[in-house]
Design a protein around this ligand. Structure first.
Ligand SMILES: *[C@@H]1O[C@H](CO)[C@@H](O)[C@H](O)[C@H]1NC(C)=O
Ligand SMILES: *[C@@H]1O[C@H](CO)[C@@H](O)[C@H](O)[C@H]1NC(C)=O
Ligand SMILES: *[C@@H]1O[C@H](CO)[C@@H](O)[C@H](O)[C@H]1NC(C)=O
Ligand SMILES: *[C@@H]1O[C@H](CO)[C@@H](O)[C@H](O)[C@H]1NC(C)=O
Ligand SMILES: *[C@@H]1O[C@H](CO)[C@@H](O)[C@H](O)[C@H]1NC(C)=O
Ligand SMILES: *[C@@H]1O[C@H](CO)[C@@H](O)[C@H](O)[C@H]1NC(C)=O
Ligand SMILES: *[C@@H]1O[C@H](CO)[C@@H](O)[C@H](O)[C@H]1NC(C)=O
Ligand SMILES: *[C@@H]1O[C@H](CO)[C@@H](O)[C@H](O)[C@H]1NC(C)=O
Ligand SMILES: *[C@@H]1O[C@H](CO)[C@@H](O)[C@H](O)[C@H]1NC(C)=O
Ligand SMILES: *[C@@H]1O[C@H](CO)[C@@H](O)[C@H](O)[C@H]1NC(C)=O
Ligand SMILES: *[C@@H]1O[C@H](CO)[C@@H](O)[C@H](O)[C@H]1NC(C)=O
Length: 841
């Protein structure tokens, strides 16, 4: 300011403060054509979190137009307009150009930046919206011509949307240095080839990647652990990747700094400062391919590289010196590489990996065996893995950038030449021997204790040998569940054995009757958990201590043994985190039993309709449950290889795990029980009054849309905290009719459970109710599919179709079906059923 006199400086600051005051008071957040912002003036967003104006970076006198935090003491700058062309004095102006473009002009009236798009009619408005988005709009607010969120600088903000469906996108570029906003060496964005990843590039080379997105977390980020409702704010909506805040008054930013570090930080109001949440890359291990090809990095206690089993360092001299970049090479070439057809076929060795290698090809809806075949069929395939929520992943080419950081990790299968297995097989056998011996010892001890306790009572305990047999089966159980990669339930010894016993494909474990009887204390009354349409359910405990639920099926409609077994094996292959896991079965004579994982929190109805427990389900939990059920159902309908229609979805069939995550049970029962029309026994309409769609209840027709109907009823029950059937005692015919009435009169909030009405997120609840209403429409054609239901639930402000009035329930009331179907009970009638369900794929 050397060129200004003291007086003019005074005057300048006086007017400046006056002007700021005026601007502040009027809360100016927009300019229209003809207006402008001069150096010293600002636009402030209505939430007063963001401001747009001229600034100089630290230790620089150059002027730039940028968006900064208003509340957070103007720091840091999150968007810069003229980053490549600074203004050298304070004469700059941010305004509309003659042609309607937003421009930044310097003192000589020369444009240093332009939005390059203009409002054609010439009456545009530029608004700095809350959330920090600068928009160029037509004056009727209808059309957005340009927005800063689509042209970001170096900072990713909540609600910004990044296109994540077309390979690599690098929307963010770092500053050149702390004092120079021009384009720097680092860029950040997403790579959606295979499965979605966040990547930082240095020039065109990768510098860091997040690991694959599995719909909950980025697997390669150590601090992202699975929490109860697995919401980190990251979302994938309509091909866009975005981040949403759980509390809209939070300030959070993700910035790619000039030095190549991506920093996520949160503004702490009380401390008045930015608090870093996470920085990437956090250590050398996280640097891209730090250990070279086929090397795995472990970060703790110090970054350290190891070669994968079956591999040696390419350059042992450098490797021992701690220069790991050369990576590793195979000890023995693969059979296909050696081109000797007589050699033994290559095999797979299982190992655990947290950050899976880069450049996977992903195939969805492929079972484990087929994934393995896919890998074997191509000589360049080095590994495969089946990962929950991602699918079958195949790595053709070198395995690059792997990391382990002490979480359970994904099970990967590394392809090795047959000769690599000789030693391994021996050790697997030794391990198995030790495990079996241990188990037998344990079993005998348990048996002795048992005998002591029961004294003279007749023991139904299996002999030690059958226990060890059972224990072996249990190990295969974990085999079956190998795509459940996160299951921390997999405990020590079982884990050990999985490592070696993976060679044969998964098989359904068969338990013998005596051991199941022993586990359930001879199906004692106190072990009984409940009774469903298909038989009684008992709690049991395996000798290893693992708790299970045993479903003792009532007599099955003449189904043959083989047929039954085949069905069970198919159903056991359905693996999803929102489905109860089938652990095995027991078939002995007339007895048929299914063994499931045990859910300590019982079922949803137990919580939802119990005044004492209702309050435990706040809105977040309820929404989580709704979402989980929807995902599980979608998997049954579409993503599993079998197309399964549940046919009896209801609150008591939704079980809850420790963290109240929902798991659908009794899926596939209709397959086992419904089955074959040629059988002598009648087909049965399986379902529960109140959840059955009109076409199913009246004509026995079912399709995926009948499940959608049941889902709609369930959703309304979860929102309202009331049983559908509880309504017949009151003026209202049914929950559905009641919901429609309220919704129609714009009073939908009255439907919401009073316990959560005040604390819930209103928009989300209303959205859910509308989705529920869409699902319970009379006509199956009008109901959405589960995939659109999920889309509607997950997008933040979807435009939902208007539901039609459901008339079926009011109609039924006039027939008074409560006489026919006793309240809340399952009906098993002998209608002739048109089986349209089972569609193999
Ligand atoms: C800048 O240029 C516009 C036309 O392009 C003109 O109307 C205006 O007077 C000029 N302003 C200055 C300060 O030269
Ligand atoms: C506008 O176009 C110019 C020239 O093509 C380009 O250098 C500049 O980056 C563009 N500005 C924006 C905001 O896209
Ligand atoms: C203004 O925007 C139009 C497109 O709407 C573009 O053709 C023109 O080059 C822009 N002008 C400037 C100065 O960038
Ligand atoms: C545009 O939106 C603003 C508030 O954001 C409102 O004040 C103004 O009336 C709207 N203009 C039109 C034409 O709808
Ligand atoms: C950016 O890259 C150039 C050339 O590769 C290098 O000279 C410079 O030091 C790098 N800057 C930073 C901040 O890494
Ligand atoms: C959101 O954050 C603000 C300030 O940090 C706090 O006052 C408010 O209670 C929070 N709201 C919710 C719903 O947590
Ligand atoms: C802010 O920091 C204080 C002290 O470290 C902490 O107690 C508080 O929870 C923080 N607030 C937020 C919103 O993170
Ligand atoms: C994980 O979080 C802890 C504390 O919250 C932090 O010290 C550590 O640096 C974080 N690790 C990474 C890799 O960001
Ligand atoms: C590390 O080893 C590679 C070969 O594996 C070599 O090219 C490189 O120069 C070495 N780097 C250092 C710092 O020694
Ligand atoms: C493999 O062997 C066959 C005959 O044994 C030969 O024709 C073919 O070229 C070989 N392929 C490679 C990749 O060496
Ligand atoms: C094997 O994998 C490579 C690399 O991805 C691919 O180019 C080739 O087409 C594949 N071959 C077959 C037979 O699938």
């Amino acid at each position: 300011m050397a060129f200004m006199s003291k007086k003019s400086v005074f005057l300048f600051s006086f007017f400046y403060s006056l002007f700021s005051l005026v601007l502040f008071c009027h809360g100016i957040d927009r300019i229209t054509q003809g207006q402008s912002i001069r150096d010293g003036e600002t636009l402030v967003s209505v939430d007063e979190n963001f401001e747009l104006g001229f600034f100089s970076p630290e230790s620089s006198s150059l002027r730039y137009v940028g968006i900064r935090y208003h509340k957070a003491q103007g720091q840091p700058v999150i968007w810069v307009a003229n980053r490549e062309k600074p203004i050298f004095d304070t004469e700059g102006v941010f305004t509309f150009g003659k042609d309607g473009n937003l421009t930044v002009k310097d003192g000589n009236n020369i444009s240093v930046w332009s939005s390059n798009t203009s409002v054609p009619s010439g009456d545009g408005v530029a608004i700095l919206e809350k959330g920090g988005n600068l928009k160029l709009l037509s004056s009727d607010n209808k059309t957005i011509y340009w927005e800063s969120f689509k042209h970001p600088t170096d900072t990713f903000l909540p609600n910004m949307r990044i296109l994540a469906s077309s390979g690599e996108q690098k929307p963010f570029t770092s500053w050149k240095s702390a004092s120079d906003p021009s384009l720097g060496n680092f860029s950040m964005g997403v790579d959606s080839n295979g499965a979605l990843q966040i990547v930082i590039w240095e020039h065109s080379r990768r510098r860091w990647r997040s690991g694959y997105w599995d719909e909950r977390i980025f697997q390669g980020v150590p601090n992202m652990t699975l929490v109860a409702n697995y919401r980190y704010g990251f979302k994938y909506i309509d091909n866009d990747f975005t981040y949403t805040l759980s509390n809209s008054s939070d300030l959070i930013r993700f910035q790619i700094r000039w030095d190549g570090i991506e920093e996520q930080s949160r503004w702490n109001e009380s401390e008045n400062k930015w608090v870093p949440i996470q920085q990437q890359p956090a250590n050398n291990c996280e640097l891209y391919n730090y250990c070279g090809n086929f090397g795995i990095c472990t970060a703790l206690p110090n970054p350290k590289c190891t070669c994968m089993e079956g591999f040696d360092p390419r350059n042992p001299g450098q490797w021992t010196k701690g220069n790991w970049s050369g990576g590793c090479v195979r000890k023995t070439e693969l059979q296909c590489q050696r081109n000797i057809s007589t050699a033994e076929q290559d095999g797979f060795k299982k190992f655990r990996c947290n950050k899976l290698p880069d450049f996977a090809s992903v195939y969805t809806g492929v079972l484990s065996e087929d994934c393995e075949k896919k890998c074997l069929s191509n000589c360049s395939c080095n590994a495969y893995a089946v990962v929950e929520n991602i699918g079958c992943m195949i790595w053709n080419g070198d395995l690059i950038d792997m990391q382990n950081f002490g979480k359970p990790g994904n099970a990967m299968n590394l392809r090795l030449a047959a000769s690599e297995f000789d030693g391994k097989r021996l050790s697997a056998a030794v391990i198995a021997l030790i495990v079996v011996a241990g188990v037998v010892f344990l079993a005998i001890s348990v048996w002795l204790l048992w005998c002591l306790k029961r004294k003279l009572k007749v023991s139904v305990l299996p002999t030690p040998t059958s226990v060890s047999l059972m224990r072996k089966n249990e190990i295969t159980v974990s085999d079956v569940s190998k795509s459940k990669e996160y299951s921390s339930e997999m405990s020590g010894p079982a884990d050990l054995v999985i490592e070696g016993s993976q060679v044969n494909g998964p098989d359904l474990p068969l338990f013998n009757f005596n051991s199941v009887a022993a586990a359930t204390n001879n199906f004692s009354e106190e072990n009984k958990l409940g009774q469903g349409g298909f038989g009684h359910v008992y709690k049991g405990k395996l000798p290893g201590g693992e708790e299970i639920a045993v479903k003792r099926l009532s007599r099955i409609s003449g189904q043959g043994l083989e047929e039954f077994k085949n069905e069970i094996i198919l159903i056991a292959k359905l693996q999803h985190r929102n489905l109860v896991r089938l652990l095995g079965c027991c078939i002995q004579g007339e007895e048929k039993m299914l063994l499931y994982e045990y859910m300590p929190n019982k079922s949803l109805d137990f919580f939802l309709f119990d005044p004492a427990k209702q309050a435990l389900l706040d809105w977040t939990k309820r929404f989580n449950i709704i979402e989980g059920i929807a995902r599980g159902l979608l998997y049954l309908h579409r993503d599993s290889r079998l197309r399964i229609i549940h046919r009896d979805l209801k609150a008591s069939n939704i079980l809850l795990d420790e963290e109240l995550n929902p798991k659908i049970s009794d899926f596939g029962m209709a397959r086992i029980f419904g089955g074959n029309q040629n059988e002598l026994n009648t087909n049965r309409v399986v379902g529960t009054y109140g959840y059955m769609s009109p076409e199913y209840a009246m004509e026995g027709l079912f399709s995926v849309k009948s499940d959608v109907y049941s889902f709609g009823v369930l959703l309304l029950e979860i929102v309202s905290g009331r049983r559908n059937t509880s309504f017949r005692l009151t003026d209202h015919v049914s929950l559905i009719a009641y919901a429609w009435e309220l919704w129609h009169e714009d009073k939908a909030m009255e439907l919401v459970d009073p316990l959560i009405r005040d604390s819930c997120c209103k928009n989300e609840v209303l959205k859910c109710i509308q989705v529920g209403m869409l699902c319970v429409q009379d006509s199956a054609v009008h109901r959405p599919t589960m995939s659109s239901v999920i889309l509607m639930l997950e997008s933040s402000s979807p435009t939902l179709p208007l539901p039609r009035q459901p008339t079926y329930t009011s109609m039924r009331a006039s027939i008074d079906t409560s006489e026919i179907y006793p309240e809340g009970q399952e009906i098993v009638s002998s209608n002739d059923v048109t089986v349209t369900m089972i569609v193999g794929r």
